[in-house]
Structure formats: structure tokens, C-alpha cells
Design a binder for this molecule. Structure first.
Ligand code: RIB
Length: 296
């Protein structure tokens, strides 16, 4: 099964800080690194590293060549990544001594998608293919409507959650991958069990994956529910942990793995990602994940 991911590509400017800066405060930082990131490309990389045939659609500026190189290196098909006359999206990320982060996002080229571009990308895909989306590019409602017309299965990670998602017809989504905050916004409740129950009532044909940080993850659909605890590790940077989980979850699903095995593989993959700095470079290969699972 092929996965098309239309999503963001960001240059992440990552600063090590003692604590996340407060309003009015000036804090000198420790190390600073520039990593490849963006929820979109992180998830494409996770899919590719997990062994899935993945195509990334998106836009970058002239400074975005390193993304094309990384796609080549890890096997993400980049034929639908277009270089335009706009800056590549970027973020300013603070990572504190407890590995927590805070992210300031500049959309740049990620916000320049056009309907013509989307039509051109989708023309290469059909029913039977999965479309994966996050909320860091423009035109989500249009992309969802066109992909649904084609009979594609649509997976949505509605992150970061904001009012732009109100225009998306969520009844067209087959797979939701949400954290507690995003699930809470969709379901209108904050209790994890209630989020799952309400979302399944709202979208009875969907599969729901609800990640709960250190409290693990739960899965629900019309027939089954499962819980997966985390694999405890010493985290250094939690950036892209959720993206790694998403990519590995879709990989397991596309291979027809059981849900419990898929959840276990995804949790292990993200537990490895948080032990490494950065977004794209932190995502483990499938061989590392399987080896780690054998040893746990
Ligand atoms: O999910 C992590 C990603 O969120 C980072 O790589 C950053 O670019 C932001 O998009």
C-alpha cells in the first residue's frame, strides 16, 4: 500500500535552554543546532524508515535542498516536493533540561500550496492509497475533499490544533491520530476514555489513536480497543516523538499487522526517538526498532 503525505517541511532551529523562556525574560542558550523537521516530513521519514512506500507532497524555498537530499537518503519519493520563491518553513524550538519543548512556527512555503498543485499531486494516486495529513500546510479542506472523491483512505494528525481545522469535513477521515489536547478539542471533553467514546460516536467508521504522553496510547474502532503503555527511557528531546509514532502506526496498519503489535512497535519507535536530539535525525530505522523490541 502506498502512502501520500501532503505536509510541512521545516528547518528547526533548536536551542538548549534551562527552562522555557517566560514573557519579558532574556535567557542565554546552550547549544544550538539546525535540524530537518516539520510534522509532515518527520512523518514521511518515519514511514520510509519503517519500510513503507511513501510519497511526500509539499513546498520548500531555495534553501530547502537538504530535505531533498534526506528524502533520497531514506527513500521518501520527493517528486511532489516543489521549490518555490518563498522561504522554507522554519521553527524556533526551545528544549529544556527536562526534554520538554516549546515551538514557534513560521509557515513560509508550507502555506503556499495551490489547488492546482494539490490536483497535480493527487492525480498520481487513487482508491487503495492512503493520504496522510497534519495541520501545518494550507488548503486542508480542499485536499480532504478531493482525496475523498478519489476514494483514498485519509489519515489526519490534526496538529497543531487551531480554528483552521473547523473547515475540514472530519466525517471524511478514516484514521485520526490525536493527542489528548487535539482529541479534547474534537470531542469537547478532556477525559481520555470520554474522548475515545465521543469520537467513536461522532465518527463510527473511523479508527482512533489517542496518544497520552507518559501515560501511553489508546486505540479504538467500532470493534476493538487497546491500550499500549510507554517504554520508559531517559528522554533528551521529545520533538518528533508523536510523528515517529504516527509513521510507525500507519506502517503496521498498511502491512496488516495486528493493532496490539502495531501499537507496541510504534511505542518502541517513539521511545527511541526521544533519546536522540532533533526531529528527522532522531527517527529510528525499522531494524533498530525490531532489535530493541526483541531485547525488551
Ligand atoms: O512535531 C515536531 C515538529 O513540529 C518539529 O519538527 C517542528 O518543525 C514542528 O513542526
Amino acid at each position: 500500500m502506498r502512502v501520500l503525505n501532503i505536509g510541512s517541511l521545516n528547518l528547526d532551529y533548536v536551542y538548549a535552554v534551562d527552562h522555557i523562556i517566560l514573557p519579558g525574560e532574556t535567557e542565554a542558550t546552550g547549544e544550538m543546532h539546525i535540524y530537518l523537521g516539520g510534522k509532515g516530513i518527520n512523518q514521511s521519514m518515519a514511514l520510509a524508515k519503517a519500510g513503507v512506500e511513501v510519497y511526500h507532497g509539499g513546498m520548500i524555498g531555495a534553501d530547502g535542498q537538504p530535505f531533498l537530499d534526506a528524502c533520497m537518503e531514506y527513500g521518501v519519493n520527493a517528486k511532489h516536493i516543489q521549490i518555490i520563491e518563498e522561504k522554507t518553513g522554519h521553527t524556533i524550538i526551545q528544549v529544556d533540561r527536562n526534554a520538554q519543548n516549546s515551538i514557534l512556527l513560521y509557515g513560509g512555503a508550507n502555506q503556499c500550496l495551490t489547488e492546482a498543485f494539490v490536483d497535480q499531486v493527487l492525480a498520481d494516486f487513487s482508491a487503495g492509497d492512503i493520504l496522510l495529513l497534519q495541520n501545518e500546510v494550507n488548503l486542508l479542506p480542499y485536499i480532504v475533499d478531493r482525496a475523498y472523491e478519489k476514494g483514498m483512505q485519509i489519515a489526519l494528525n490534526p496538529s497543531p490544533y487551531n480554528e483552521k481545522l473547523d473547515a475540514v469535513d472530519m466525517s471524511k477521515i478514516s484514521i485520526f491520530l490525536v493527542n489528548e489536547v487535539e482529541g479534547g478539542q474534537i470531542a469537547g471533553t478532556s477525559d481520555p476514555q470520554a474522548i475515545l467514546k465521543t469520537m467513536l460516536e461522532q465518527y463510527p467508521h473511523a479508527r482512533i489513536v489517542l496518544t497520552l504522553g507518559k501515560d501511553g496510547a489508546v486505540y479504538g474502532d467500532a470493534h476493538e480497543t487497546h491500550f499500549q503503555p510507554i517504554f520508559p527511557v531517559k528522554a533528551v528531546d521529545t520533538t518528533a516523538a508523536g510523528d515517529t509514532f504516527t509513521g510507525y502506526f500507519l506502517a503496521g496498519l498498511s502491512e496488516g499487522m495486528s493493532i496490539p503489535d502495531t501499537l507496541r512497535m510504534s511505542a518502541k519507535a517513539s521511545s527511541i526517538a526521544v533519546t536522540r536530539p532533533g526531529a528527522v535525525p532522531s527517527i529510528p530505522l525499522r531494524s533498530e526498532v525490531m532489535e530493541a523490541l526483541r531485547n525488551s
